[in-house]
Design a protein around this ligand. Structure first.
Ligand code: KIV
Ligand code: ZN
Length: 497
């Protein structure tokens, strides 16, 4: 079975993304996550770029991870020495090779570039380290020179040659041809590094693998210079699921790794991002959700399932919701709905959707409860008697909640960064502190200071069950409090003390 290696450059090219700059502590967390994920090589940074960068690379190299640690360097002795001092396993050297980049950035002749590259590879190899060589802007480089320089470094023992599409101008067919032609002349391991200026980074990387590349250079979430790099998650899943080509990636960790990188870089992925986006396995429209509830591969690829990448499937209730979908969601939550009730519930959901309102899970259950005449109040696990919230410029925001939980009187208190935070924390404490707020959204505040505030809260319990609930009040604290109590009550349904 064919295995393709994964070279991750999230900490180097990914960090070159405008707006991303991570303290060493964050980089260490990401390096550990990449190691757990199973990437073969972690490009930890560009050690000569700054003192801080040197320290981060050195720290990552000292962690004893299974992944090999690589440092980037120009074809300059000081750069290479800095990488060697940082104790990396591999030095990745690069030089411009296209006429335009040589003319405007390097000002060396082709022969000088060739000679320096050979010298640098020999120098790195004489230190017993692995060496990767990149001909920067390879896709705009004269082919004969490209072949010549790759052959020259191969002859002096380079371990891997990388073919970068530095400005993202390759297309899958052309890149396939380029890699194939180079593959015919080179024995050395071949890696590709694609940028996403035309949205083709993943497609080009995939084409290169089909043409014979045995390593892919990628970043988590596709972050990187300008429009970014090829996304690790997409490339890996295309190889695994479509081509049956393996990598050493533990695919079930992809979602969590992506979330960690989102958090630590501050770059959030749009909901429709393949593989790891919030909507990647969400179904809203009636026909699709109906199909998926019966057999998931009706409206999903089948060869790509949420559990394969550590994600989850979601059925979203919206104005496209179908009867079957609503019935199934209600029945899964313990409501038995006959034909007449279902029609009424369905009409109300449509009405809300047409008014542009989000129909949360809680809305659907409230509608169902009203329609079915099953007012659930007496069955609620948490019955609040009193909530007191104190805030001000000289006091730490504090909330105290008195409530009955499964009939037992309890009091919980918490402090927070503000009154809302304090009251949410107090509620979570009231029910044992194992649930977590996953999302908080304040919506629809219009008009004056007495206008209605609408709060959406998503809570997750210790088993990973998720519930989104809404609260509305003229008081933001009470809107938030009602929303969290509803969510907690829903998640506790059916449980005993
Ligand atoms: O895009 C590029 O060419 C690079 C090189 C350093 C490989 O990032
Ligand atoms: Zn790059």
């Amino acid at each position: 079975m064919r295995i393709v290696k994964v070279f991750d450059t999230t900490l180097r090219d990914g960090e070159q993304m405008p707006g991303v700059s991570m303290p060493p502590f964050y980089k260490v967390q990401i390096a550990r996550a990449l190691d757990r994920l199973g990437v073969d090589v972690i490009e930890a940074g560009f050690p000569s770029a700054s003192k801080g960068e040197f320290e981060s690379v050195k720290t990552i190299a000292s962690l004893g991870l299974n992944s090999e640690i690589c440092g980037l360097a120009r074809i300059i002795r000081e750069d290479i020495d800095s990488a060697i001092k940082a104790d990396v396993d591999m030095v990745h050297i690069f030089t411009p090779t296209s006429r335009i980049q040589i003319e405007y950035t390097l000002k060396l002749s082709y022969d000088e570039i060739l000679a320096r590259s050979i010298e640098c590879v020999e120098y790195i190899k004489s230190h017993g380290l692995k060496c990767m060589f990149s001909a920067m802007d390879a896709t705009r480089t004269d082919f004969e020179f490209l072949k010549k320089i790759y052959k020259a470094v191969e002859e002096v023992g380079v371990d891997v040659v990388n073919i970068p599409d530095t400005v993202g101008v390759a297309t899958p067919f052309r890149f396939y041809e380029l890699v194939k032609k180079l593959r015919e002349d080179l024995r050395v391991e071949m890696d590709v590094h694609c940028h996403n200026d035309f949205g083709l980074a993943v497609a080009n990387t995939y084409a290169a693998v089909l043409a014979g590349a045995n390593e892919v250079q990628v970043t988590v979430n596709g972050i990187g210079e300008r429009a970014g790099n090829a996304s690790l998650e997409q490339v890996v899943m295309i190889l695994h699921s479509i081509e049956g080509i393996k990598t050493n990636i533990k695919t079930e960790l992809l979602f969590d790794t992506s979330k960690l990188v989102e958090r630590l870089t501050g770059i959030k992925m749009p909901p429709n991002t393949p593989i790891i986006g919030e909507n990647a396995f969400s179904h809203e429209s009636g026909i699709h959700a109906h199909g998926v509830l019966k057999e998931t591969s009706t409206f999903e690829p089948g060869i790509l399932k949420p559990e394969m990448v550590g994600h989850r499937r979601r059925i979203v209730i919206g104005k496209h919701a179908g009867r079957y979908q609503i019935k199934r969601i209600l029945e899964d939550s313990g409501y038995s709905v006959g034909e007449e009730a279902l029609n009424k519930i369905f009409e109300k959901v449509k009405e809300m959707g047409d008014k542009g309102k989000k129909v949360t899970d809680r809305d659907l259950f409230t509608i169902a409860e009203i329609v079915l005449g099953e007012i659930m109040t007496d069955k609620r696990a948490v019955e609040v008697d009193e909530i007191t919230v104190i805030t001000g410029n000289k006091v730490t925001p504090t909330a105290v909640v008195n409530a009955k939980v499964f009939g037992d009187k309890r009091v919980a208190s918490a402090i927070g960064v503000g009154p809302v935070d304090a009251s949410l924390k107090a509620v979570l404490q009231l029910v044992g502190g194992k649930m977590q707020i996953r999302e908080f959204k304040l919506d629809a505040i219009t008009g004056g200071s007495d206008a209605i505030a609408e709060v959406y809260i998503t809570v997750e319990d210790e088993s990973g069950n998720i519930f989104t609930s809404r609260g509305a009040s003229q008081d933001i604290v009470m809107a938030s409090f009602d929303a969290v109590i509803n969510a907690v009550n829903f998640l506790l349904r059916g449980r005993k003390k």
